[in-house]
Design a protein around this ligand. Structure first.
Ligand SMILES: [Zn+2]
Length: 212
């Protein structure tokens, strides 16, 4: 997803629970995952690309572990950075996989349910053998981002590519809204999972404390 949508999703999901500085630290770490050199190449688990579902989930749980360790050591900032990385992956899952399409395929007749009704963690869909995410075919994938070469690259990219499958922007069509709504709900769910079991002191440190 483009950075502005990661920001919007994170603000919608977490704006009411984190203090302003804490939220900005989380958003900065979230957006940093899309850094071209350190985040994009060779890290499908950061973005649920390349069908890296098990690796993506393991990465999210590793970040959750780091949050607990950092808070136990009284260090909120590394905890929030880890949480920003965790929710980046959670949000990209809906933009880079066919989860939204699989969910909508359950409603083939009549009007599809509105985007707000999407269920972000349907266990049957999360474990479905049909679940896929886009593959990155370099260098064509890069050329598909450049307006000048986009049509040429798209014509040569397979349909299982990130370029064809993604729901990263509103230009991808009406399914984008479903990806956003699912990402907002999942982000909030990951927050609930993360704070479950924290002591009141750790909770306060995580959501409100100011860092230099
Ligand atoms: Zn990403």
């Amino acid at each position: 997803m483009l950075k502005r949508y990661h920001r919007l999703i994170t603000e919608r999901a977490l704006g009411a629970v984190f203090g302003p500085q804490a939220l900005e630290e989380i958003i900065a770490a979230n957006l940093h995952q899309d850094h071209l050199l350190t985040g994009q190449i060779g890290h499908p688990e950061f973005h649920f690309d390349e069908n890296a579902f098990a690796a993506g989930l393991a990465y999210m749980e590793a970040q959750r572990g780091r949050i607990g360790e950092a808070l136990m050591a009284g260090r909120p900032r590394p905890a929030r950075r880890a949480f920003g990385r965790l929710v980046h992956a959670a949000q990209d899952f809906y933009a880079h996989s066919n989860y939204v399409r699989l969910w909508l395929a359950r409603h083939p007749d009549g009007r599809p349910p509105s985007a707000e009704r999407i269920e972000p963690c349907d266990p049957d869909l999360l474990t479905s053998p049909e679940l896929r995410s886009g593959r990155l075919y370099y260098p064509l994938e890069v050329l598909s981002f450049i307006p000048f070469s986009r049509a040429w690259a798209m014509a040569r990219l397979p349909r299982d590519s990130h370029a064809w499958m993604n729901l990263d922007t509103p230009e991808c069509g009406p399914l984008f809204d479903y990806a956003v709504e699912a990402a907002v709900k999942r982000t909030r769910l990951e927050y609930d999972r993360t704070v479950d079991g924290l002591s009141p002191e750790e909770m306060h440190l995580f959501v409100h404390s100011l860092t230099p």
